[in-house]
Design a protein around this ligand. Structure first.
Ligand SMILES: [Zn+2]
Length: 416
């Protein structure tokens, strides 16, 4: 076998002709492998956007190189000319090459591996391992995700979905909209923004026929989202993700706890006030997960702070309602609203009003809406990922990372 054929096999790229292989000294004095090659007669002079064979225009910027996967710890580059072609639809454009994505300085194999690694571990580590920069990793994830997105139809067969706005940084403009399939727990669509037009863009992508097939659409309490759902998917039941509702109750409970602690401090009971601070987690946690100490501190609250304990029981009743769902769940909600309204706890009287306002949507959740445990699990994973992706500093990169990990877009490792 000729040496160039061996290299062609090792690279695993189709439709190329290898011209030669050499070792050079890189900028840092290290040895690097350079493989000179060109697209073969079938792959040359094609438009990178429509794949059409086009007329040669000029040599563009001349020869250039693409970073590829390392060869035994040494950096490896593919080197070729990058002529421009004249595409009838896309104009003057650099011709595509079979080994790399359009406008990338990395080979597709390198990018796939980088994206795979970014999905598995911190990109600080990926940048060190691959000897590349954060900025490159950010662009790579965006390209790999866009490519994977274009290859599949993730909006097929949707029935029950969740629409959520998520903040990815400080500031009013740092929001993304994420649509999840409750059936698979995967992200199926995401875009920058938090306005009705963002939600409309999703329904445009879905199309009117498929919008009609949606049976349940869950969202948080943002009524401007509900308006668009009613307009675009009038047959779908709008529901609230249970974890949002449980969170409202948790926040109300936390306010009661802080107020009670402040009142105790004002009355000179600093010790009791401090113990309420420690009880925060006991009050938030699910009862079945409490430790022995947390049980004791709850018992203390039951004995000394009757109002706070009632607030705790109301929060738990709400959780229980979403656990049992159906007829019994609805009865628990109705009972809770009445209880909270006459509780003389202002934070829970307010919660009762909110629950009343959203009662129809909450009941829809109890009738075949998404299961809470799963929706909450998916939500918190996505939330954690967005917090991690924040370092990338652009909405596009945050979305790409979220879709890579939770949208089924992570490429297979380029192992052969
Ligand atoms: Zn074209």
């Amino acid at each position: 076998m000729r040496q160039t054929t061996v290299w062609k096999k090792l690279l695993g790229v189709e439709h190329v002709a290898i011209e030669g292989v050499r070792v050079e000294t890189g900028a840092g004095g290290e040895e690097i492998a350079v493989i000179a090659l060109r697209p073969d007669s079938r792959a040359r002079l094609r438009c990178p956007k429509c794949r059409r064979r086009c007329r040669f225009a000029d040599e563009g910027e001349g020869r250039r190189s693409w970073r590829s996967l390392d060869v035994h710890g040494r950096k490896c580059y593919l080197e070729a000319g990058a002529p421009r072609v004249q595409c009838p639809s896309h104009g003057l454009i650099v011709a595509s090459v079979p080994w790399a994505r359009h406008r990338s300085r990395f080979t597709a194999a390198f990018e796939d591996q980088a994206a795979w690694l970014c999905a598995q571990m911190s990109w600080r580590k990926v940048a060190v391992l691959l000897r590349t920069t954060w900025e490159s990793l950010q662009q790579i994830t965006v390209r790999v995700t866009a490519d994977a997105r274009a290859r599949r139809d993730r909006l097929a067969g949707l029935r029950r979905i969740g629409i959520d706005e998520k903040s990815w940084g400080k500031g009013e403009d740092k929001y993304i909209m994420v649509v999840t399939d409750h059936g698979t727990g995967k992200i199926v669509w995401a875009a920058e923004g938090r306005c009705q037009d963002t939600v409309r863009a999703f329904f445009t992508a879905l199309g009117p026929e498929r919008s009609k097939l949606l049976t349940h659409v869950s969202a948080d309490g943002a009524e401007w989202i509900h308006d668009v759902i009613r307009e675009k998917a009038p047959r779908a039941l709008i529901c609230l993700d249970a974890f949002h509702v449980v969170k409202w109750a948790g926040e109300a409970l936390d306010k009661v706890r802080r107020r009670t602690a402040a009142e105790l401090r004002a009355a000179g009971n600093a010790d009791q006030a401090a113990s309420l601070g420690q009880a925060m987690w006991a009050l938030r946690k699910a009862p079945e997960k409490l430790t022995g100490n947390q049980r004791t501190s709850l018992a203390g609250i039951a004995a000394d702070n009757e109002q706070l304990y009632r607030a705790y029981l109301m929060k738990e009743q709400l959780r229980e309602a979403f656990r049992v769902k159906g007829k019994h769940g609805k009865a628990l909600i109705t009972g809770l609203i009445a209880w909270a309204r006459r509780s003389r706890i202002p934070e829970f009287a307010r919660l009762a009003r909110t629950l009343t306002r959203f009662k129809a949507l909450i009941f829809a959740t109890m009738d075949g809406g998404p299961s809470n445990g799963r929706a909450e699990g998916v939500n918190s994973q996505i939330q954690a990922l967005i917090a991690r992706a924040r370092g990338f500093g652009s909405a596009g990169a945050v979305i790409a990372m979220a879709e890579l990990v939770h949208g089924g877009l992570c490429p297979d490792l380029p192992l052969r």
